[in-house]
Design a protein around this ligand. Sequence first.
Ligand SMILES: [Zn+2]
Length: 274
Amino acid sequence: MNPVKNLVITTIKRNKVQIHCCASPDDGERVNAQIIETANKLVIIDAMLMRPYASELREYAKSLGKPIDRVFVTHSHPDHWFGIEYFQDVDVYAFPETIEEIKMFAQIAMDFHRNNHGDLVTDTLFLPNKAITESEVTIDGVLFRLFKIVAAEDVFMLALDLPEEKTFIAQDLLYNKVHLFVGQRSMDGTLCFDGWIAALKQYESGEYEVVLPGHGFPGEISIIKENIANLKKVKSILSSSTGENFVQNVVAAFPDYGLRSMLEMSAYFLFQMK
Ligand SMILES: [Zn+2]
């Protein structure tokens, strides 16, 4: 039986891997989990926000008929780790800083999302059980390079690439035609914009043919430039907006972007939680 009911799955065939980009619907924030299928194994990157989509991700992985080698959680935001509830029997890797951040903010995240979604999201803290300590790892003959990014969309983030596959697994370092979440502040209160733009510039000239964002469909390297332009514009809109008109001002500037709720969540953290 086809396990896919809600997720939109884009399959991309590369050299030694097949990529399955699994996108959740709008109420799951259009977050992507990526399944990298090697000859004999699966590597999963991020695990969804909502229970129905996380369990469907697990079912879809099962339908591919290969063991899950590991799950990577790229950062501490709940749309990337809540779903590890469904992957408790496999190793889940994250940076030590990310594990600490998840611990610190889990209750706030669960309260916030259970307020919106009730029992459709987890009420239990599940932590990655393995800390990432290396900067590259070869899994089933495929080289994964692991990059630690500081002070971008989240305070600590993992991005990966598969250099032999010319594939950049950016997750939330990049969004594709979806409003960016810009509500994260550094520990010292600094807004995300400048650090995020600086991080993106490091990858702008990478030789990537496939770019996998954390929200929105897979794209090409050009979405890096588009994200940089978006962040510059939204930063300037924020400086001249109030809590009342920030969302509508950004929507007016980017009318072809989806998921207004991402901006509403940004506004909540920018104006009410500061
Ligand atoms: Zn996200």
